[in-house]
Design a binder for this molecule. Structure first.
Ligand SMILES: Nc1ncnc2c1ncn2[C@@H]1O[C@H](COP(=O)(O)OP(=O)(O)O)[C@@H](O)[C@H]1O
Ligand SMILES: [Mg+2]
Length: 443
């Protein structure tokens, strides 16, 4: 199968776990992919653990360390644990149906293995690292976007960089693909370190294929007259049914200007012109008065409409919500994120031919745990992850806290980009709920 030398041999197997002893001076690393040749089969496994030790008694080790006695080259060893994830037999690839045998030879993955594993894809993320070599490219196919993805890693682990790499390629592939990006830290336009890093504004197609929205330039307003009572649940996840009924009554009474009219009347006369229980009126009016006038001015313009039109044309929308209060961030994110996928769904149902012309959409959501936490009210994002696959809408849930992502949603994130995580709880959640993953050296 290969001309390269083996890096070691199998010294034990148990289920999908393989231990092997490695020869001296082998540049293995955690996460590396290895191939094990076992008769007619080749197994692929990922290095998850390593241990080095001596076969000598402590006293002999001490004597050897002092140079008083030499015990030969076989007194020390390094064993490595790897988890099997794929088996190749002839030309067919499948999940392992068995495991390797004692003494089977282990090899570092080669370029040929890379092509067997089909790691390359239209959206290139980086290259496979094997020993000290950089092998061929690793990427995601456009068809895989609606199968949902997740990126997990602590601050500084490279999430923003990976988001930039993927989204830049979605822009390259426009109008076949398009991106809707929620930037919580304001780092994607210009890069995190403005002097040394590049951001989406440095993309050659930025001026024709990207629209930037930010609260600072007033482009992110949602006019009050564009908010129908049906949207209140998106803005106020804790709203109760009596308040919703009152909102509909106000809408029927005042029309599109219902929020403004009710707010003015309540301010001047202490009532809203529609009969309702005082507590319900108070609860609803408190919510409606909490909408800040910068983001929710009295107008009939909504940036959500502009986002929707751009996305349909293949123009990527970068929405910078840094600096906003967290309630406002949630409102802006949920309002715009529900309108776009809903449109894709409606087109699929009502006008299939037009739907086919729509680009494949990837929504990048930072702080994804805030929107997919099982202990918080459900948001549009769990619906997207669970049911929007067939409409060609994909979600990229980016978070340092994967264990706070609702279990059902996590299972739907088929592409997982796993970086270094801080908390043991998150690492356990990832290992227990992920079958296998590969290491990628990013561009
Ligand atoms: N593939 C990479 N190679 C080299 N440096 C990187 C890479 N990815 C990220 N970095 C650097 O690491 C730092 C943190 O990366 P960033 O993407 O902002 O992480 P996060 O969003 O997870 O906090 C940045 O200074 C960035 O330039
Ligand atoms: Mg970041």
């Amino acid at each position: 199968m290969t001309n390269t030398d083996s890096i070691g041999f199998v010294c034990g197997t148990k289920g999908d776990s393989v231990s092997f002893l490695v020869s001296k001076n082998i540049g293995l690393s955690f996460g590396q992919i290895v191939r094990i040749d076992s008769g007619e089969r080749n197994f692929y496994a990922r290095v998850v653990n390593s241990e080095s030790s001596s076969t000598l008694e402590t006293i002999e080790q001490l004597r050897e360390a002092e140079g008083k006695e030499a015990f030969g080259p076989y007194s020390a060893y390094r064993s490595v644990e790897a988890i099997l994830f794929l088996e190749k037999r002839g030309d067919t690839l499948h999940s392992p149906t068995f495991n390797p045998n004692y003494r089977d030879r282990v090899y570092a993955a080669t370029d040929e293995d890379c092509s067997i594993l089909k790691l390359s894809g239209e959206l290139e993320i980086g290259c496979l690292r094997s020993e000290d070599h950089i092998l061929s490219s690793v990427g995601i196919n456009i068809e895989a976007i609606p199968r949902m993805m997740g990126m997990f890693g602590m601050t500084g682990s490279g999430k923003t960089n990976t988001e930039l790499i993927i989204n830049a390629q979605l822009i390259d592939n426009s109008p076949r693909t398009v991106a809707l990006i929620y930037d919580f830290a304001g780092q994607l336009l210009e890069g995190k370190e403005i002097k040394t890093q590049r951001g989406l504004k440095d993309h050659p197609l930025f001026h024709s294929k990207v629209q930037f929205y930010s609260a600072q330039d007033g482009k992110m307003a949602v006019g009050l007259s564009t908010i129908l009572p049906g949207k209140l649940e998106t803005i106020f996840p804790d709203i109760q049914p009596p308040q919703k009924r009152l909102a509909w009554a106000l809408y029927r009474h005042f029309g599109a200007d219902w929020i403004q009219s009710a707010r003015e009347l309540y301010h001047n006369e202490g009532n809203v012109g529609v009969r309702a229980q005082k507590v319900v009126v108070e609860a609803l009016m408190q919510k409606l008065s909490s909408l800040s006038s910068d983001l929710f001015p009295a107008s009939n313009y909504s940036f959500v409409e502009s986002v929707l039109q751009n996305i349909c044309k293949g123009i990527t929308c970068l929405i910078d919500i840094s600096g906003l209060r967290s309630e406002d961030q949630n409102r802006i994110v949920c309002l715009s994120a529900s309108a776009v996928p809903e449109h894709f769904k409606r087109m699929w149902e009502d006008n299939f031919e037009e739907w086919r012309k729509l680009p494949t959409l990837l929504i990048t959501l930072e702080e994804a745990h805030e929107f997919l936490d099982p202990n918080k009210p459900r948001t549009i994002f769990s619906d997207i992850a669970l049911t929007y696959r067939k409409y060609r809408v994909g979600l990229n849930a980016v978070t340092p806290r994967p264990s706070r992502i609702n279990f059902d949603v996590f299972a739907e994130l088929w592409t997982k980009v796993i970086m270094k995580t801080e908390l043991k709880k998150d690492r356990l959640y990832l290992t227990e709920n992920t079958r296998t993953w590969s290491t990628v050296k990013q561009k």
